[in-house]
Design a protein around this ligand. Structure first.
Ligand code: NAD
Length: 262
């Protein structure tokens, strides 16, 4: 397992779901943590202090809104000011919206492109100078099976996720000689609030019951017929931080129960 003692991991969208599991896995490996994301202040404080007490590291919360470039730069700066560096950057914040394209709300398109794609650009742009100075870094983007294949009614999400796969490859090439790797992880369906929230709209768009959406849409995509777990995604992210992964860069790593093998 990667040893991250003395390092800092900054994880966007880590007050919930996959991001929280990644933040906790990085903390378990010894990193100080910058968590980020929305939620009730008391809930965020509970998660923040649990990371400190469970793993004996320091953890701060950045309230940066991933639709705002200046706030994203402040998220990176908070890690650098508080802990001296951001060594691992995980671009994970994401939202979903499901709708036929002709009815797709323009503001939802803009928000998905901003949070799921442009935010990663802004965070990488802010974190790379420090990583280059220190000659070490790990950039991990949470993409999706939807970075490789499409599904109907998810035009913005599929576009953003295909985009982040391209950004990952470009950044990997630019940083290849600086001991900085950049990869994306592409999960299939992981049972998190993001998946739970899209069920009502999918029921409407496809005229299905909740059970039909879970079995005939979500799990139908995955040959294993099982959801991926947040801890499985977090383990893969942590693996990418280790020395054993130093030659993995520019990769799009699927963890999708076989979805994209079909
Ligand atoms: P989630 O809803 O549980 O968590 C999303 C996180 O992003 C939360 O912490 C939320 O507060 C944060 N966030 C949302 N908008 C934000 C904003 N404007 N600024 C800052 N933070 C914001 O979702 P999740 O399922 O854990 O998704 C995490 C990532 O994994 C996303 O990029 C998603 O696209 C990707 N993903 C999820 C699945 C899945 O099945 N759950 C599959 C593939 C990829």
């Amino acid at each position: 397992m990667a040893d991250l003692k003395g390092k800092t991991a900054a994880v966007t969208g880590s007050t919930s779901g996959i991001g929280l599991a990644i933040a906790r896995a990085m903390a378990k490996a010894g990193a100080n943590i910058v968590i980020n994301g929305m939620g009730a202040p008391a809930d965020i404080e509970k998660e923040r202090s649990a990371i400190e007490t469970d793993f004996g590291v320091k953890c701060v919360h950045s309230p940066a809104d991933m639709t705002k470039a200046a706030e994203i730069a402040e998220f990176v700066a908070l890690g650098e000011k508080t802990f001296g560096s951001v060594d691992v950057l995980v671009n994970n914040a994401g939202i979903q919206f499901v709708s036929p394209i002709e009815e797709f709300p323009i503001e939802k398109w803009d928000a998905i492109i901003a949070i799921n794609l442009s935010a990663a650009f802004h965070a990488i742009r802010a974190a790379v100078p420090g990583m280059k100075r220190r000659q070490w870094g790990r950039i991990i983007n949470t993409a999706s099976a939807h970075s490789l294949v499409a599904s109907p009614f998810k035009s913005a999400y599929v576009s953003a996720k295909h985009g982040i796969a391209g950004l990952t490859k470009t950044v990997a090439l630019e940083l290849a000689t600086f001991k900085i790797t950049c990869n994306c992880i592409s999960p299939g369906y992981v049972w998190t609030p993001l998946v739970e929230r899209q069920i009502p709209d999918t029921m409407k768009a496809r005229n299905m019951t909740k059970e039909q959406v879970i079995n005939d849409v979500l799990l139908d995509a995955q040959p294993t017929k099982e959801f991926v777990t947040v801890d499985q995604v977090a383990s893969l992210a942590l693996y990418l931080c280790g020395d054993e992964a130093s030659q993995i860069t520019g990769s799009n790593l699927s963890i999708d129960g076989g979805w994209t093998a079909e």
